[in-house]
Design a protein around this ligand. Structure first.
Ligand code: NAD
Ligand code: TYD
Length: 341
């Protein structure tokens, strides 16, 4: 692994991963990103002049774009973060999710096959396993849990995983898959729960909690997801699937209350709003495979990670305020106007 194409590198996890790779390896990195509403090159200002970093504006659905970058930079490894990633947006319209998450993955797999690259890692999600029962805390998602998707987003990610399996099985390609739980940390687009609630609390606005607030998510600090992906790239046999999680389940409402407490704001700012249609009740990951086989473990406990994250948003108000203008506002109106009344 010397020259890595990181797709979706201008997004939340991709930009954190690029910095993680530059800090922890000698590899050269090409950030290949279409710069959709979620892509932001400001996430990478710290590294834009690094000799081992290049940015290429391109679309994973466009084979010519991908081939050009692969040839020009002598790419041997692809890590695919590029995706439409927000469940609520997939409910408002699924087409772009199918185009990018399924069609784009297919394009990358074709390039992998035709160019004989040495490694491909698909960044997938625990959401492909569907929802867990609330009253059976001992049950978690393992790599053997059947794929059961409930949202257009998770259906598109699962379809991509199935394509990866098919290309590995049929053509013997070197394909790896990671399935991680919910990430949080710096540079997360403020449409996702934690940064949205921090931004609302700081801005003195109501905090919209879906349904009864008792949905459960298993939160992992973004840099720990990055170290897991790097461990899989460096140490795994081809063809493996690894779950990645923080063993850190929280009710949404408790996260929201914690954010308010840390920011010194009152709980009266919480507004329970109409639930997300088809809202998965509980996600929880069993990470024992990656821990036992590759020796990975998270470096951050939640109490520290959430503190780091809240402080980052407090100190980088400029970043999220800019992000929240324009296109994002239109989406916000569309998603929440029906829920708030
Ligand atoms: P994000 O929405 O912040 O970033 C996605 C990036 O992909 C953006 O930079 C966007 O411009 C780019 N992109 C979108 N369509 C593209 C295309 N057609 N061609 C090239 N680039 C394109 O997403 P994220 O939260 O950083 O998630 C990254 C990946 O990790 C996704 O595949 C997601 O499914 C997966 N994942 C996310 C989480 C999470 O909690 N955020 C958890 C597990 C897995
Ligand atoms: P989200 O960050 O969208 O991640 P995902 O749906 O992929 O897990 O949402 C996390 C949880 O927070 C999920 O149960 C939905 C809930 N939620 C709210 O209650 N209010 C909100 O405004 C948002 C965006 C999410």
């Amino acid at each position: 692994m010397q020259n890595i194409l990181i797709t979706g590198g201008a997004g939340f996890i991709g930009s954190n991963f690029i910095k993680h790779v530059l800090d922890n390896t000698n590899c050269n990195v090409v950030n290949f990103d279409k710069l959709t509403y979620a892509g932001n090159l400001e996430n990478l200002v710290d590294v834009e002049f690094n000799d081992r970093y290049r940015f290429v504006k391109g679309d994973i659905c466009d084979k010519e774009d991908v081939l050009k970058a692969v040839k020009e930079y002598g790419i041997d490894t692809i890590v695919n973060f590029a995706a439409e990633s927000h469940v609520d947006r997939s409910i408002l319209g699924a087409k772009e999710f199918i185009n990018t998450n399924v069609g784009g993955t297919l394009t990358l797999l074709e390039v992998l096959k035709e160019q004989g690259l040495s490694k491909y890692l698909q960044v997938s999600t625990d959401e492909v396993y569907g929802s867990l029962p609330e009253d059976r805390p001992e049950i978690k998602f393992t790599e053997q849990t059947p794929i059961t998707t409930n949202s257009p987003y998770s259906a598109s990610k699962a379809s991509a995983d199935l394509l990866c399996n098919a290309f590995r099985h049929t053509f013997g390609l070197p394909i790896l898959i990671t399935r991680c739980s919910n990430n949080y940390g710096p540079y997360q687009f403020p449409e996702k729960l934690i940064p949205l609630m921090i931004a609302k609390a700081l801005g003195g606005e109501e905090l919209p909690v879906y349904g009864d607030g008792k949905n459960v998510r298993d939160w992992l600090y973004v840099d720990d997801h990055c170290s897991a992906i790097l461990a899989v790239l460096e140490k795994s046999r081809d063809g493996e699937v690894y779950n990645v999680g923080g063993n850190n389940e929280w009710y949404n409402i408790d996260i929201v209350k914690l954010i308010l407490k840390k920011l010194g704001r009152p709980e009266s700012m919480i507004k329970y709003v109409k639930d997300r249609p088809g809202h998965d009740r509980r996600y929880a990951i069993d990470s024992s495979k990656i821990m036992n086989e590759l020796g990975w473990k998270p470096a951050h406990v939640f109490e520290d990670g959430i503190e780091l994250t809240i402080n980052w948003y407090v100190e980088n108000e400029n970043w999220w305020k800019k992000v929240m203008s324009g296109e994002y506002l239109k989406y916000f109106e569309q998603n929440y106007s029906a829920k708030m009344h």
